[in-house]
Every structure is written in C-alpha cells, then in structure tokens.
Design a protein around this ligand. Structure first.
Ligand code: GLN
Length: 598
C-alpha cells in the first residue's frame, strides 16, 4: 500500500482497528517532511542548538521550516518551572510559556513561534483525557498506543498544516531510555511508517567519551545509546557525535558498524566558542545535503537564497569575532549563579555588542548585600547596568540602591520588567518624596504602593495562569528616547510576563517628578516603557516587557542596542576607550556551544 492510501485508511477512529491517526483538516501528505532529533547517552548536549542550526541550514536554502520541541514533563507549560533548575521561562508572542530552547529556535531561525511549536506530556495527556470524557474514542479502552502516540502525530501534522513547512524539525526532549519520552519516540517510528519512504530523517545525537586517564576516545557508550534507538524500531539515518575533541575516524568507523549507518552519514561535532558558527560547520560537513537527499527534496532548494543568507550571517559572525572595543555591563540580580536563567539577556547583549563592534563583558553583581553606601563601589568598573526580571523580595533593596546610584551618577541603565518596577520605586522614594514607596509584591503594607497587582489579575488565584503574558502593542510617545530607539515608529510590539504594574494613581506624581512614560498600552493605563530625559541622563530606560526575547543576531533589540551605544559613550567619558578586548567569548556564546568537523 502506498503511503497516501495508508494515510487515508488511518483517518478515522473505530473500535475495529488498531490504528488511530485522524488527519487534521488540510493535511497534504508528502508536502511536509520531518526531521527527528533524538538524544542518546546523556542530556545537555545542545540538542536544541544542533536542531535549530540544522533547520537554519535548510531555511538558508529557501525551504520553509517549522521547529517543535516535545517535552516529556507533565507540566502543561513551563510557567511553573523554577528558573534555578530549568533556566529561563521563555514567552512566545501568543503567551505560551516554554522551555528556553524555543528562544534558541527563534534566534537562530529569526522566526516568531507560537504554541504549535511546543508540546509537553501535560498538554498531550490533557487532550487525550478531554477526548476520553467527550467519548471521542468510540468506546475503546484508551491506550498509550494508539491514542497517546496518535495525539503526538496529530500535533506534528497540525504544525505541518499551520506552517505549510517543507520540513518540520522535531526535537524530542531527554534521551532514549527515559520513560517519559518513550511514547514520543514510538510516535516518531509510527510517523515514518505512515508517511512512507523519504518522509522522515532520523538524526541521533550521541556522545563520545574520552576518559582522561585512558587518553583515547571510547565508543561503547555511544554504541549502547544507538542500540537503545534500534531497540525501539528507530534506525538512524544520521549520527552526530558530540565530543570535547574531534571524534576520530576510528571511533566513527566502529560506531558505523554497530549502527548500520554509513560512515559518510556520521559527523563529528566538538566543542567550539560560539553557537552561531554551527550552521556553517554543519553545512561544511555536508549534513544539510545529507538531510535533503534522505528527504528527497533537492528540487525545492534555492542556491541563490543560500548565498544571500550566508553573507549576512558571516558579517554578523565577523563583527562578533573581531570587536574593536570592550564594554562592561553589570547584571544585578539574585539568580546570578544560574546563568541559564538569563540566557536571552546574554544573547541580546551579544547581538547588541556585534552591532556596535564591541565585546560586552557581563559582570555579575549579586544585589543581596548592596546598600546605598556600597553601591558606587559595586558599580565602579561597569559602563552600564541591567536589572533583569525577577520575583519575590530577596535582593530588591540592593537593586534599588544600584538604580539610585546609576541615576545619580549617570551610569547607563536598562531595567527589565522587575527592573522597570524597581526604577519606579526608587524614583518615587528619592525624587518624588514618597517615603517607603514599594511594590505590594515586596511590602503589602507599603504606604505608597506605586507598583501593585493588575486590576484584571486580582480576581485570579493560584500560581499558573494569572500573569499578563505574551505580545502586546505599545504606543510610543513622539520625541522621546523610546521613539528614537524605535525609529520614530508610533507603536511597537513587546513581550510581557508580569503580574504587577505601575499603579495608575501615581502616574501624575511620577511624571511631575520628571519621569517620562514613553510607552503605554493602547487600551488600559498600563505603563510599558519609562525613561529620564536625555538632557539629564545619558541612558536611563526601563520596560515592563521582556525585550531580550525579541533580540535576533541580525536584528538586535533596540533597547539593548541603545544601552550598548550609551555604554560606549560612558566608557569614553571615563577614559576607558582603550580597554583591550579579552579573548574569551561571552557566556552566552559558549553555552552549550558545539562544533563540527567533517
Ligand atoms: N515580579 C514582577 C511581576 O510579577 C516582575 C515580573 C518579571 O520580572 N518577570 O510583575
């Protein structure tokens, strides 16, 4: 039976058949191909970076791509996850709270994603249980196979319909052998069977260990990992060997023999200094071509598109690699030991740094013990500061002390979300004379609750689901720094994730004191951007949004770009123009960086 006939025969649910694979309306068999990326041996190998880099190679060739991350955990979204353990919660324009890998995809592909690009076991099971309650399974006992795996296939095909992509990139969370991801892997196997030949490319990411005492690379762990995939019916087409040093020919030959994968479909990937060079390395090694051959889509490739895309990207990498200056930005926070919780900010700084041809060194400043008396010393060496988003009480007074110091001494300041709220509190206390002004998140009994819970959130209780989330339009006040940063556009769109906001009854008082609210929501009196006049301060800027989630390598987010430019001016004024550039790449560049060698 050919795959179209097979697919047609599966398109119904009944108690007579073992199949359950309803096709979403509009699904065109054969139009969308699938690349599945599996982890073996261990997690933390940079599967998302790898998968997004491969997707970028295909996008460069003029193909439309759509990524999806399949998470094994039972949380319905990532909103309730602790950033200490899991890294930042990334918010998409439609308000979906996701794993930080979605940020990697958005940045690498320069593509806005939505909830169709993210699934968790919590979502999958919720849908299955809802259908069970509605009687959609026609009296059958509801099973992992075919119903739960069926739901995964529906999700993948829905993405194919929604994106009309040539290739859907499916990143399966965790590693083969994990109980919680097993049904995703089974769904991948079923997809390849149903969609037919040349429909799916299976890519296994593995790890070659080199025990220091032995002084040589060993392939056994990788063999066992691949065997784990073979045991569940997945014959990989491509194996990507992660390693600290280039994987040797000998080790790859051994792995080829044990895995039935021809040696030219094994690729060595070793650590490197920047994630942004990986797409070119994959291309140089021929992995993108291998995928195109496996999927039989060479006729969809546009080489001239690739030349253009690569030129622009190479320019970015050059600017990143050969900075002429160095500036230091202080990151003030309490999570400073967990850099993954600031991943998007680090990337946004890297993009802004490339745009101004400067290396931005991030200086981590723990605010817990900072006071008005010690702030100036803590900030003595930096050319600008960021107070990033956050929750809870700890470290807030230290942040406020740093903001006061930045405002009074002219250090460029960018306040993000909580950092915006802290700037309002500081200004209310020290400029407007509102003694003990605070946020009710920090002090519910404050005499001046300049930051308070959103009226529309007041009724909602519980942890999940009560934040203002996702993209919102922002009206920009003409003639302000915000207007300048956004090229005099009357409005822009920013992404939000907050529960508290400026209490409207204090706006007039704050404005009288000299604070400018240069970005507002069009529908409610919600203050979204604040600034001080540039005649008074080089760069004092804050936003209730999370602009870091919209920064892209070739399109640095304007607020970060503005901070970088101001930091350069500040460094000049303080005689730091000649500071040599240090060789180390920024933390963001090195995070999970992988390299590849043919
Ligand atoms: N805690 C603040 C609020 O809920 C800020 C949130 C944030 O920084 N993301 O509004």
């Amino acid at each position: 039976m050919n795959s179209e006939k097979l697919l047609a025969s599966l398109s119904y649910a009944s108690d007579e058949t073992e199949f359950y694979a309803p096709m979403p309306a509009g699904y065109k068999p054969g139009k969308t191909k699938y690349v599945f990326v599996f982890g073996t041996v261990m997690s933390g190998l940079g599967k998302g970076i790898f998968s997004s880099s491969l997707a970028k190679c295909l996008k460069n060739k003029g193909l439309t791509v759509a990524p999806i991350k399949l998470e094994g955990y039972l949380n319905v979204d990532s909103g309730t996850l602790n950033p200490y353990r899991h890294g930042e919660v990334y918010v998409l324009d439609d308000g979906m709270e996701t794993d930080m890998d979605l940020g990697t995809y958005e940045r690498m592909l320069d593509q806005d994603l939505s909830r169709v690009n993210f699934a968790t076991s919590g979502q999958v099971f919720t849908r299955v249980l809802e259908k069970e309650r509605r009687g959609s399974y026609l009296g059958r006992d509801v099973q992992m196979i075919p119903h739960v795996t069926g739901e995964v296939k529906i999700k993948l095909r829905e993405l194919a319909v929604a994106s009309d992509a040539d290739v859907v990139f499916v990143e399966i969370g965790g590693t083969v052998g994990d109980v919680e991801n097993a049904y995703y892997i089974e769904a991948a196997r079923e997809m390849a069977f149903e969609e037919g030949a040349n429909s799916c490319a299976f890519v296994a990411l593995t790890y070659i260990i080199s025990p220091p005492k032995l002084g040589e690379q060993k392939s056994k762990a990788a063999q066992l990992g691949i065997r784990g995939l073979l045991a569940v019916g997945i014959q990989p087409h491509i194996i990507a060997c992660r390693a600290s040093e280039p994987a040797s020919r000998k080790v790859m030959e051994k792995l080829a023999l044990y895995s039935n994968v021809p040696i030219d479909r094994l690729f060595s990937m070793h650590d490197c200094d920047s994630i942004y060079v990986i797409p070119d390395m994959l291309r140089g090694a021929g992995m993108d071509d291998a995928v195109i051959d496996i999927l039989g889509i060479r006729d969809r490739v546009h080489p001239e598109n690739e030349t253009r895309a690569r030129e622009a990207w190479t320019g970015f990498i050059q600017r990143l690699r050969t900075p002429t200056r160095e500036i230091r930005i202080g990151m003030i926070g309490k999570y400073t030991s967990v850099r993954d919780s600031y991943a998007s900010i680090l990337h946004a700084l890297e993009h802004a740094g490339a745009a101004v041809e400067a290396r931005i060194q991030v200086v981590w400043i723990d605010s817990t013990d900072i006071t008005d008396a010690t702030a100036a010393k803590a900030l003595a060496e930096v050319d600008g500061i960021i107070v990033p988003g956050g929750f809870g009480v700890r470290g807030t007074e230290g942040k406020i002390a740093c903001i006061k110091c930045a405002r009074e001494s002219g250090i460029p300041y960018l306040g993000i979300c909580y950092g915006f709220q802290m700037a309002v509190i500081e200004f209310a206390r020290n400029v407007c004379g509102l003694t003990d002004a605070n946020s009710t998140e920090i002090d519910p009994d404050t005499p001046h609750p300049v930051i308070d819970i959103l009226p529309e959130q007041k009724q909602i209780e519980g942890l999940g689901g009560n934040m203002r989330l996702g993209g919102r339009d922002v009206l920009i006040k003409p003639g302000t720094l915000a207007a300048e940063l956004f090229n005099n556009a009357p409005e822009t769109r920013l992404r939000f994730r907050h529960r508290y906001e400026v209490d409207p009854q204090y706006i007039e008082r704050l404005e009288k004191g000299g604070m400018i609210f240069s970005g507002k929501a069009p529908d409610y009196p919600i203050m979204q951007i604040l600034e001080l006049p540039t005649s008074k301060h080089l760069f004092f800027f804050g936003t209730q949004a999370h602009p870091e989630m919209q920064s892209r390598p070739l399109r640095p987010q304007p607020m970060f770009h503005g901070l970088a430019r101001a930091a350069l001016v500040y460094a000049d004024r303080h005689g730091r123009s000649q500071r040599p550039t240090s060789p180390a790449a920024t933390a963001a560049a090195a995070t999970n960086a992988t390299a590849m060698q043919a």
